[in-house]
Design a protein around this ligand. Structure first.
Ligand SMILES: [Fe+2]
Length: 280
């Protein structure tokens, strides 16, 4: 089967062997969390080296905690840097949130208040990280469930950080769908107002509606049709082709089912991007 050109999938130990042995899943690339793979040895290091020989690897970090107030973890970043270099990883993305408080990991991605002082603080931190890593990073708009103490709009908050820090954006179309539903705003106009020329990477995922007015971003279900539709809209608005990732963290189905979702996304990319632009 021909490999997808634009759409990749998160690489997981759960299906590593089946993936390497079979032909059911043909992603354009694989995404990993550096935290899960950068300090491994033995068997899993061999497996990882094997997939990295065959597929481009992109990365999505979990614990940078760009929104926290304590000092950045330089020791951690040093390991990330050598991991990115070792495997020639083109994209390092992270969440626009915080997950650490007083140096304790909270194991959740907490939203940052949409305020000017936060814009300044986070932009400075992103700049320091980029300087240290000698590359731009892509920050992801996260889903959030509680109203945060806002003094500016979410779009203004994100756009200002991207401009001030001179970083890239990871556009998670499902997160925007979830936020727009939960906080009752229009997802399309939200997307149109983002700095779309800075989008380096797209995430797509499934979610779960748990109440008539509440969706939880679970990454444990297939993508629903309205999110495909929003993806189609987004791809049409982008000035450049970008890699697209299918995130699936729970309830992992048969690899054929994942491939079905990859193909649906790939077909939208092809339709809009006219087959012309292979993933650089
Ligand atoms: Fe995401």
């Amino acid at each position: 089967m021909e490999r997808n050109k634009h759409v990749g999938v998160g690489f997981r130990k759960d299906f590593a062997e089946e993936f390497l042995e079979g032909k059911d899943l043909t992603p354009a690339f694989l995404e990993v969390a550096p935290e899960n793979w950068m300090e491994i040895g033995g068997y899993w290091k061999k497996v990882f080296n094997k997939v990295a020989e065959q597929y481009p690897i992109y990365s999505h970090g979990l614990s940078l905690s760009i929104g926290s107030s304590e000092e950045l973890d330089w020791n951690f970043l040093k390991k990330v840097k050598s991991f990115l270099q070792e495997y020639k990883i083109k994209i390092y993305s992270e969440h626009l949130s915080y997950s650490k408080c007083d140096n304790a990991h909270l194991y959740d991605l907490l939203p940052i208040p949409f305020r000017w002082d936060a814009v300044k603080h986070i932009s400075e931190r992103i700049k320091s990280v980029q300087e240290f890593l000698e590359r731009k990073i892509a920050i992801e708009i996260v889903s959030y469930y509680t109203p945060v103490a806002a003094e500016i709009s979410e779009v203004e908050f994100i756009s200002s950080i991207v401009k001030e820090a001179d970083c890239n954006l990871l556009l998670d179309v499902n997160n925007i769908y979830v936020n727009a539903f939960n906080h009752k705003y229009d997802a399309k106009s939200f997307i149109e107002n983002l700095p779309l020329d800075k989008v380096e990477y797209i995430h797509m995922a499934g979610h779960e509606q748990v109440a008539p007015d509440l969706i939880i971003d679970t990454h444990g279900e297939p993508i629903i049709d309205p999110v495909y539709e929003l993806f189609d809209f987004t791809v049409q608005k982008l000035p450049n082709t970008v890699p697209v990732l299918l995130e699936r963290d729970f309830n992992i189905p048969e690899l054929k089912e994942l491939q079905y979702e990859l193909n649906r996304l790939e077909n939208i990319c092809k339709k809009v991007w006219n087959y012309e632009h292979a993933l650089a």
